[in-house]
Design a protein around this ligand. Structure first.
Ligand code: SAH
Length: 395
């Protein structure tokens, strides 16, 4: 073959590849044959000459290569992408029976490093976050068109992580659709997803299961939904019979969308409030005013983007959890989440424990929560687990 690029790993560095972890760090590479460019396919060998894997080369990233396959006869072409997408879609659609929206591909976890594909009823939204998937974009789009012939395809690769791969932000139609927003169904409720202006790919599918679990705790309760985005925790809470929901967010666009969604679902206007406020400040304000709630949801954005931010992130989590526990009525429930993958479940639990201590509150874990079922965790890639939640009751 004309352009065969070859990576030889340093001694003992083959172990993680043999354990099918898809990342090859630059420091694990002893020798590089040829001059592979952004996203080119490279053959990965152990120091003893054993062929290990076929991977995509990322010249600018510390993760220098991401494995496509551990099977030597598998070529990286449209049919490869078709097979991976089809398999992931079939496995996942069998898991979800209460929505027409689904995470079809979650990057490494679904064997396609750097690719996110979310299905929102009639629109697919893709993020190409690594050099390999960027290079094969045409093949991937063609494969998606084959698996989902009826659907429009929108790209939302407008995220900072692309810089690490030497890629520029980009967004727009890959296969034109009629509109950039669509109403999806989640457990019988209609939710507007704006794939052009919404966060990430438009919506937070990873909280689907938790929103319904949370709703059960909110029946007949005064609910404070912090970091509400388009209000879906609150929506399900009201549908389940919550007395009142206050949605708190700093994005006016998200709050306006939320209000539109509540109208569409014919919720009683007297039962909800939308408040544009910073959660850190507003919780302090409630405390000062002596205002309390029966049920508080804390679903903040990712506080830790890298290892250097973990300590600061923990302080942030502790602060909001402490304040929330203080303004929670005795017997009330705190549903608290962290989507920072770098903050492991044990650490998060410790932070919430510290928060309870500082709040001088006795609190008990009732349930532990995780990401929705379609956000599967590949056993050989534990990094795919990132969303943790605790349901805590105050005594
Ligand atoms: N719970 C939501 C998803 C939350 S995403 C759902 O189920 O759909 C996090 C949200 O936090 C975003 O909408 C963002 O606008 C908001 N946000 C970020 N920092 C904030 C702050 N300091 N105060 C209030 N909202 C904030």
């Amino acid at each position: 073959m004309a352009d065969t690029f070859k990576i030889t790993l340093a001694s003992k560095r083959e172990k993680s590849v043999l354990r099918r972890h898809p990342w090859i760090f630059s420091r694990a590479i002893e020798k590089l044959d040829g001059e592979p460019k952004l996203g080119d396919t490279v053959e990965v060998y152990a120091k003893n000459g054993q062929w290990l894997a076929r991977a995509a080369f990322s010249p600018h990233s510390q993760i220098r290569a991401r494995v496509w396959t551990y099977e030597q006869n598998q070529q990286i072409d449209q049919s490869f992408f078709h097979q991976r997408i089809q398999t992931a879609y079939q496995s996942k659609s069998a898991l979800i029976n209460n929505s027409d929206a689904l995470r079809v591909i979650a990057g490494e976890s679904d064997g396609l490093p750097g690719l996110t594909v979310d299905l929102y009823k009639d629109i697919l939204v893709c993020q190409f976050l690594a050099a390999g998937v960027e290079k094969h974009k045409a093949d991937i789009v063609a494969a998606l068109e084959q698996v989902f012939p009826q659907l429009a395809i929108y790209e939302r690769s407008d995220v900072d992580v692309r810089q690490k791969e030497g890629l520029k932000p980009i967004s727009g139609w890959l296969k034109a659709g009629a509109q950039t927003s669509t109403w999806i169904n989640e457990a019988g409720s209609q939710i507007l997803v704006d794939v052009e202006q919404g966060h990430k790919t438009g919506f937070y599918l990873d909280q689907r299961d938790n929103r319904l679990i949370a709703a059960d705790y909110c029946k007949g309760k005064q609910v404070l939904n912090c970091f509400s985005y388009t209000g879906t925790f609150g929506l399900h809470a009201l549908k389940a019979g919550a007395e009142h929901v206050t949605n708190l967010d700093v994005s006016q666009l998200a709050l306006d969308t939320s209000a539109k969604i509540y109208q569409q679902n014919q919720l009683d206007e007297s039962k909800y409030t939308h408040l544009n406020a910073d959660v850190f400040k507003q919780l302090r304000q409630y405390k000062k005013q002596g205002q309390q709630f029966d049920c508080i949801i804390l679903d903040p954005p990712k506080f830790a983007e890298n290892k250097g931010q973990v300590i600061r992130a923990c302080r942030g989590y502790k602060d909001i959890n402490m304040l929330a526990l203080q303004i929670l009525k005795p017997g009330g429930f705190l549903l608290t989440f962290s989507c920072s993958g770098l903050i492991e479940a044990d650490l998060f639990q410790k932070v919430v424990a510290d928060a309870a201590l500082d709040a001088n509150v006795e609190a008990h874990i009732i349930e532990k929560l995780t990401q929705a079922k379609d956000h599967t965790v590949l056993l050989s890639y534990p990094e795919g687990f990132y969303l943790k939640g605790l349901v805590v009751q105050k005594r």
